[in-house]
Design a protein around this ligand. Structure first.
Ligand SMILES: Cc1cc2nc3c(=O)[nH]c(=O)nc-3n(C[C@H](O)[C@H](O)[C@H](O)COP(=O)(O)OP(=O)(O)OC[C@H]3O[C@@H](n4cnc5c(N)ncnc54)[C@H](O)[C@@H]3O)c2cc1C
Length: 302
C-alpha cells in the first residue's frame, strides 16, 4: 500500500513519523520473505494516538513490526502499511533491580547490558532475535524461562481506549508464546525486575544457552525460529523428525535438516511456498499423531 495523499503525508511529518515508501518486508524479516509496502517509523511515543486516528481517518490499515524475527509476510504489494518504533537513546535505564527498557530495544543487547550490570534471569533469551516489544507480545522464552516472569509493568498504547496506559505485571497473563494483550495493543516500554547475580555467573549461563542453540539450530540460515508451537506435553520438532520430514521442500521453503521445527528459506522462497510446506507438514502430523499443530510464527497473509 502506498501513501500518496499529500495531506496525510504532511500530517505524518507533523507527528514526527518518517515515511519509507515501498519498503521490502523480505529485507526486514529474518525469514527473508514478504512483499512491499510503506513503512512508517515512529520517533515519538506520544504521537501514537494521533497517528492511529490519522490513519483511520484516511482508511489506511496498519500492522505493527518489531524486529521481524517471528513473521511470515505475504507476497506482492501488501494491503496495509507497517508501523515501527524508532530506537531512542538511551534504550535502557537501570535503577537498582529495575530495568526500564524501550520496546524498540534489541532483546539480545538488553540481556547483555543488564548482565554487565549484574542483573540476570534472562540468560535463556540470549540468541532470541528481535525487539523487547516483540518478545513481550510473544512472551518469548527458552530453556525453561520466559520474559513475562520478569515484567513489573508495561507502557502500551491501548487501541480500545485510544490512549497510552501502564499495566502492572499481575494484570497481564503470560502463557506459552501467548499473552493477554489485545491484538491491536502496542508495546511502548517495559520495566523488568531482575535478580542480582554476578556478571561471571550470568556469562556462564549465557555461554551454556549459546552452545545449546549452536548445536541444535540452523543459525546461519533464514528462519523465524520454531514454526509451530509445541503441543501440551509434546514436541512439534520431535514429531516432524519421527515422520522423516527433515529436508522436505516446497520450492526454496525447506524443513531444516538440523532442527525439524525450523523451516528455512533456502534461497528465494515465497510466502506461498512456506505456507504450502507448513500445511503439508501439519497435515502429516495430524494424520500420524492426531495432533493439530498451531503456528508459532505470526502469518501476515492479508
Ligand atoms: C533463529 C531464531 C531463534 C529463535 N528462538 C526463539 C526462542 O528460543 N524463543 C522464542 O520465544 N522465540 C524465538 N524466536 C522467535 C522470535 O525471535 C521471537 O518471537 C521474538 O520475540 C519476536 O520479536 P520481534 O521483535 O522480532 O517481533 P516481530 O517478529 O516483529 O513481531 C512478532 C509479533 O509481535 C508483534 N509486535 C512486535 N513488536 C510489537 C510491539 N512493540 N507492540 C505490539 N506488538 C508487537 C507483531 O505485530 C507480531 O504480531 C526465534 C527466531 C529466530 C529467527
Amino acid at each position: 500500500m502506498r501513501i500518496e495523499d499529500s495531506k496525510l503525508k504532511a500530517g505524518l511529518e507533523t507527528l514526527g513519523v518518517d515515511l519509507h515508501s515501498g519498503t521490502s518486508l523480505a529485507e526486514l524479516t529474518s525469514l527473508g520473505i514478504g512483499g512491499t509496502t510503506d513503512l512508517l517509523r515512529i520517533t515519538k511515543h506520544e504521537s501514537i494516538a494521533h497517528l492511529i486516528s490519522l490513519l483511520e481517518r484516511h482508511q489506511v490499515p496498519y500492522k505493527f513490526l518489531g524486529g521481524g524475527s517471528n513473521l511470515l509476510v505475504g507476497d506482492g504489494e501488501l494491503p496495509w502499511v507497517i508501523l515501527q518504533l524508532a530506537k531512542p537513546d538511551p534504550e535502557i535505564v537501570l535503577a537498582g533491580n529495575l530495568a526500564h527498557v524501550d520496546a524498540a530495544a534489541d532483546l539480545g543487547r538488553t540481556v547483555t547490558y543488564c548482565a554487565k550490570h549484574d542483573l540476570g534471569g534472562m540468560e535463556g533469551l540470549i540468541g532470541v532475535p528481535g525487539t523487547v516489544g516483540g518478545a513481550l507480545r510473544m512472551n518469548a522464552g527458552a530453556y525453561g524461562m520466559q520474559i513475562g516472569s520478569y515484567v513489573r509493568e508495561v507502557k502500551l498504547y491501548r487501541a480500545a481506549e485510544r490512549r497510552i496506559e501502564i499495566l502492572r505485571g499481575h494484570e497481564i497473563s503470560f502463557e506459552y508464546r501467548h499473552t493477554s494483550f489485545a491484538p491491536d495493543d502496542m508495546m511502548l516500554a517495559v520495566t523488568l525486575e531482575l535478580p542480582s547475580k554476578p556478571f561471571k555467573e550470568i556469562l556462564q549461563g549465557i555461554r551454556i544457552c549459546n552452545e545449546k542453540r549452536r548445536s541444535s539450530q540452523p543459525l546461519g540460515q533464514k528462519s523465524a525460529g520454531c514454526i509451530f508451537k509445541n503441543p501440551p506435553g509434546g514436541s512439534a520438532g520431535r514429531m516432524i523428525d519421527e515422520l522423516g520430514l527433515k529436508g522436505l521442500s516446497v520450492g526454496d521453503a525447506r524443513v531444516s535438516d538440523r532442527h525439524a521445527n525450523f523451516f528455512v528459506n533456502a534461497g528465494y522462497a515465497s510466502a506461498k511456498d512456506m505456507l504450502t510446506l507448513m500445511s503439508e507438514v501439519r497435515g502429516r502430523v495430524e494424520k500420524a499423531f492426531g495432533v493439530q499443530l498451531e503456528n508459532e510464527v505470526v502469518v501476515w497473509n492479508s
